[in-house]
Design a protein around this ligand. Structure first.
Ligand code: HAM
Length: 422
């Protein structure tokens, strides 16, 4: 045991018994993005460290503490991507995808953050992300939220998640608010814990994120950014909220929602659940109009979100009251045989069935075990039919759905099994 390798801490295998549920969920993502007119991007796992330092921000936990960064053989400082937005924007700019046009894009794949692993928190986790580029209006912010709400509805999760939104304004509005906030925290220095005192120097906004119960009364009284918004930002936010109301999507204002990435402007949102304990944020996102200008002379308004797939799966498993057959793999037909040396005939029969009946999953039992055992295994697979090649080469069909068995010709078998094609 001791000389066996183990997966690296915080990095989980997705086992064959789990992959059907992943594939089922991925099908939902593909249908969702298709229905809303989004196109898929496939992005590299490695990006330059400098990309995230500038985009996500040097003072954020993600960049300051959590990146899997290293120097490659040529000395370039690169990292496993901790999130998808920065790379997606990099690709859009590099390939000029927004030249005289807008883009609606989505991606899915692993992200890496060196965090302390716990339930719902991994070091390698998977995000489903959506980004819209070149559109500045509040309707696009609402479109993002419509989309997520639609997904949760499809997954039967609407009653288990809630939407919190806020506006982080523009950099000018944030500067005003930051000054007010620093003055407030400085006046209440005696209540700040050690972490918050540090943040007062480098990222005072993040103090609002503190969960320390002793600081809560002071934080509730602290100046709110939403009260420092100028008319344009105020109108933008009011329109997003009005669109959500008109679409019947419930939301609450969380004036302390700041997110852990520096690139946001105006609308930010999170979908949270109480069903997963401490790691209750299933989805996070918002508008990041200023980000492209860090890399490009031309402004490019943008908005997006990402969902943590492992957390979403955990939530589905936690709240589901019914099992779904699509969450498991079941072959439709299992071919068994009485004589061990009928292996080739079994493979040829299976191949005939696959070629003649598209959409039929046919598994050949090649275990070499006794027929009784082969039948037991087939039933454990919860297949719909078992075919046995008898000693004399004749075929016997057990239809487990109709609970009947009969001797059949190859032609009869093909005709009969058509009903189980998917
Ligand atoms: P984020 O809030 O850092 O945002 O991550 C989005 C989601 O990824 C979280 O809500 C959570 O479900 C999942 N997640 C994050 N860290 C972990 C972890 N260690 N283990 C498991 N799941 C995790 C972003 O990444 C932004 N790029 C979202 C965005 C897209 N904003 C605009 N466009």
């Amino acid at each position: 045991m001791s000389n066996r390798f183990k997966a690296i801490r915080g990095m989980a295998d997705v086992l064959p018994e789990q992959t059907p549920m992943w594939q089922w969920l991925e099908g939902h993502f593909r249908r969702l993005t298709f229905r809303y007119g989004y196109q898929e991007m496939r992005l590299p796992l490695l990006e330059p460290v400098a990309l995230f330092q500038r985009a996500v921000g040097e003072a954020t936990d993600i960049v300051a503490k959590e990146m899997y960064d290293f120097r490659d053989k040529s000395g370039e400082h690169i990292t496993l991507r901790p999130e998808g937005t920065s790379g997606c924007l990099r690709a859009v700019l590099e390939n000029n995808l927004c030249y005289n046009t807008t883009q609606r894009l989505w991606y899915q794949g692993p992200m890496f953050r060196y965090e302390r692993p716990q339930k719902g928190r991994l070091r390698q986790f998977t995000q489903f992300g959506v980004e819209a580029f070149g559109m500045a209006g509040p309707d696009v912010d609402a479109e993002m939220i419509f989309m997520i709400s639609d997904l949760f509805k499809q997954l039967g999760l609407s009653d288990h998640v809630r939407l919190e939104i806020n506006s982080l304004g523009t950099p000018d509005e944030r500067r005003d608010h930051r000054e007010a906030l620093v003055a407030w925290f400085t006046a209440h220095r005696d209540v700040l814990d050690e972490d918050s005192l540090k943040r007062l120097e480098n990222n005072p906004l993040r103090i609002l994120d503190s969960k320390n119960p002793e600081m809560q009364p002071m934080l509730e009284q602290a100046p709110r950014l939403i009260d420092h918004l100028q008319p344009a930002s105020r109108d933008h936010f009011a329109t997003v909220c009005a669109l959500l109301d008109r679409a019947g999507i419930p939301w609450t204002l969380n004036a302390r929602l700041v997110r852990g990435l520096d690139y946001y402007t105006r609308t930010v949102f999170e979908w949270v659940t109480d069903a997963l304990g401490a790691q209750g944020t299933v989805c996070g996102g918002g508008r990041y109009d200023g980000l492209a200008e860090l890399f490009n002379p031309k402004p490019l308004p943008a908005c997006g979100f990402a969902i943590g797939i492992e957390r979403l799966l955990l939530l589905i498993q936690t709240v589901s009251t019914q099992d779904n057959p699509l969450w498991h793999f079941h072959p439709d037909v299992v071919i068994t045989r009485e004589r061990e040396d009928e292996g080739l005939q079994a493979q040829l029969l299976a191949e005939l069935l696959r070629q003649r009946i598209a959409g039929l999953s046919v598994l050949v039992d090649c275990s070499g075990g006794k027929l009784k055992r082969q039948h037991q295994t087939a039933r454990q697979h919860q297949c719909k039919a078992i075919v046995t090649i008898n000693n004399d080469g004749a075929l016997r069909l057990w239809d487990l759905v109709a609970s009947q068995q009969q001797q059949v010709s190859e032609q009869d078998l093909i005709g009969w099994l058509q009903r189980y094609a998917r």
